[in-house]
Ligand binder design. Structure first.
Ligand SMILES: Cc1cc2nc3c(=O)[nH]c(=O)nc-3n(C[C@H](O)[C@H](O)[C@H](O)COP(=O)(O)OP(=O)(O)OC[C@H]3O[C@@H](n4cnc5c(N)ncnc54)[C@H](O)[C@@H]3O)c2cc1C
Length: 605
């Protein structure tokens, strides 16, 4: 039967064969999870995603959220399925057991997350966002705060949010003006306005716990003067019961391009002068603490984009197998020849393989990162932990933006494969393309991820992390060279990583020179060539894994799957990677036109 949302065989290949994540299960913290249990959980997650969540996707988009008298109603069809998710505790699969979650290995939670996000991102986000809020409280809260909030958030009895953005403080969070004043009892009074707050108000939880960034009266400007406060919608009494309504209200919801079922709220704090907040962590430590949630959210955003891309690709693939149009190219001049499914046309095949190469590469990249994160947590030595954590940190902006941008491009190409009907609301690819666009905007825009990579990440530990990263690619190339048919591919990937090293060195040097503006004008293209080379690396790694399985005689039913891995690597390295070489030449050329052109020179005056 045609696969929906996620290609199950591909997901299994990445988890068990390519990334060999089974070895993680040896750690004591995952003692309840053997391979069979993991497979069962993923199978069940797929069933609930396909049978229960997916049917609410288009309906949720059509009805959207409704704002009435400071209240927000989610689409009607969400309520029953939300209850199912929460009763089955699907939303807290990866949350540690001591916080009330299931404690599943992160790769199992990612596998289920792929399905849930592809089936209905807006819906799963209502249930799962509280985990991020809970995590910050668990790490930085007082024992009392942990007792009052953590389990109510991870159980999804209460919802969670993150309140950073203000009308004049978007990418520049340090410009925020929400103010906090100390009360004699140790609480704070907050006043200000926040905008674009995901799930800031809705009717799926009895309480909502808002982590709010604000500046305590008299604290310095910029990010170093920011503190973080827990601001509950309903104050919570010492015995855990709900107290009086706090002075934080939703003043409206946005009409958006996509994710219509997700409530994007404007929030007013302290309009009656009585918005109570509780400090989380120390004063002025707000940004450091919030970054725990932001980094997690950046990974999750990459997964969101990949999930949309995966679902859109499978829709396009299934459509291309069924849609009959045009004659086979070899019968082009013969009007009597039968029409064929469009998957027979070389241009459609190219487009499908283009989409497959990105979806496959992104999936492998994501599980590589998941493996790094888990290895950092379970490894024995401090040196290893640092190595994994640093690489994870360096690659986070690439996961976030590359997957957002490529995920969206895949969704757009899925429309193309559908032709005219793909542009209508009758087919889900149209919604996936709209919904996916947000991923390159929230949790830090493309431009912000690129700055993070160039200014903070590639030079980490005097470039040692970048060198380690390139070394990992070289290792894969060496493995792939053991298979004759992969040698030319391995050589090309090896040459590309070498050139990437030179490009990184040159752009890094430019960033430290008087021409630093020019370097930053090339920062996003640099992030994207890094992503391209990671795709080539991941696909070569897949091909080597498949070649080994073929050499070992793999099951007959798997032969085409494995051969497909090798063809996908051949395609990407033979086409897309060639363009990447040109893009690296362009970055090395350091054309300064974008910074030298005068403002008036852009025209339009
Ligand atoms: C649907 C949705 C949900 C959201 N959910 C949340 C949420 O839950 N909580 C929350 O706090 N916020 C949320 N946001 C806000 C989101 O994080 C911001 O919109 C985003 O960070 C960009 O800020 P901005 O919109 O003010 O754009 P701006 O910061 O004004 O940026 C405009 C453009 O300028 C570029 N730019 C700005 N500064 C720089 C710079 N220094 N260098 C290079 N380029 C720059 C940006 O890349 C962008 O292309 C959400 C937004 C949307 C649309």
């Amino acid at each position: 039967m045609a696969q929906q949302l996620i290609d199950r065989r591909d997901q299994e290949f990445v988890i068990w064969e390519q990334m060999a994540l089974e070895e993680m299960l040896a750690d004591e913290r995952f003692r309840d999870f053997n391979r069979k249990a993991c497979d069962l959980i993923i199978t069940e997650a797929r069933a609930i995603a396909v049978k229960e969540m997916l049917p609410t996707l288009a309906e949720g988009d059509r009805q959207g959220v409704r704002f009435e008298n400071s209240a927000v109603k989610v689409p009607d069809c969400f309520h029953r399925v939300f209850d199912l998710i929460v009763e089955g505790e699907w939303h807290n699969l990866g949350v540690p057991q001591e916080m009330g979650g299931q404690g599943a290995p992160p790769f199992v939670s990612a596998a289920a997350g792929e399905y849930f996000m592809a089936a209905n991102y807006a819906l799963i986000a209502y249930a799962a966002m509280g985990n991020g809020t809970a995590n910050m409280i668990q790490l930085f809260g007082t024992p009392e705060q942990k007792r009052l909030y953590v389990r109510n958030l991870t159980s999804s009895k209460w919802g969670g949010t993150m309140l950073l953005t203000e009308p004049e403080a978007g990418s520049d969070v340090g410009a925020l003006t929400t103010a906090a004043v100390r009360n004699p009892d140790g609480t704070y009074l907050l006043t200000g306005s926040k905008i674009f707050i995901t799930n800031g108000e809705h009717d799926l939880a009895e309480n909502i716990i808002h982590p709010v960034l604000a500046r305590i009266e008299g604290d310095p400007p910029g990010t170093r003067g920011i503190s973080l406060f827990i601001v509950p919608k309903y104050l919570v009494n010492a015995d855990g019961s709900l107290g009086k309504r706090n002075d934080i209200i939703c003043t409206g919801v946005e009409e958006k391009h996509g994710i219509h079922a997700s409530a994007t709220c404007s929030m007013s704090l302290g309009s009656r002068g009585s918005c109570i907040g509780y400090l989380l962590g120390g004063e002025r430590a707000g940004m450091k603490i919030m970054f725990h949630m932001i980094n997690h959210a950046r990974m999750s955003t990459g997964l969101q984009a990949m999930a949309y891309a995966s679902a859109a690709y499978l829709l396009a693939l299934n459509f291309a197998r069924e849609r009959i149009q045009g004659r086979d190219l070899e019968n082009f001049a013969n009007p009597a020849a039968p029409s064929v499914p469009i998957i027979r046309h070389p241009d459609v095949r190219r487009n499908l393989l283009w989409m497959k190469s990105y979806v496959d590469g992104m999936r492998s990249f994501f599980y590589f990162m998941t493996g790094l994160g888990t290895r950092a947590a379970v490894c024995r030595t401090e040196k290893e932990r640092r190595q994994y954590e640093d690489l994870f940190s360096m690659l986070t902006p690439v996961v976030k933006d590359y997957m957002a941008v490529k995920g969206h491009e895949v969704c757009v190409q899925a429309i193309q494969v559908h032709g005219g009907v793909g542009y209508t609301k009758d087919y889900l690819v149209e919604q996936y393309a709209r919904d996916c666009k947000i991923t390159s905007i929230y949790e830090g825009t493309s431009g912000i991820q690129a700055m993070d990579l160039l200014a903070r990440k590639i030079g980490m530990n005097k470039g040692a992390v970048f060198v380690y990263f390139l070394g990992r690619i070289q290792e894969t190339a060496a493995t792939a060279r053991q298979f004759d048919r992969l040698k030319p591919l391995a050589d090309q990937v090896d040459a590309a990583q070498k050139k990437l090293g030179e490009t990184a060195f040159n752009i890094g040097r430019l960033a430290l020179s008087a021409e630093f503006r020019t370097a930053f004008a090339h920062a996003l293209p640099f992030l994207h060539v890094m992503g391209d080379i990671i795709m080539a690396w991941m696909l070569l790694w897949r091909a080597a894994t498949a070649a080994r399985a073929l050499d070992e005689g793999g099951h007959a039913k798997d032969l085409e799957f494995y051969d497909g891995q090798i063809k996908t690597a051949e395609f990407f390295i033979g086409t897309e990677l060639q363009v990447t070489i040109g893009k690296m030449n362009a970055i090395e050329g350091s054309c300064p036109a974008a910074v030298k052109i005068s403002d008036a020179g852009f025209g339009g005056l």
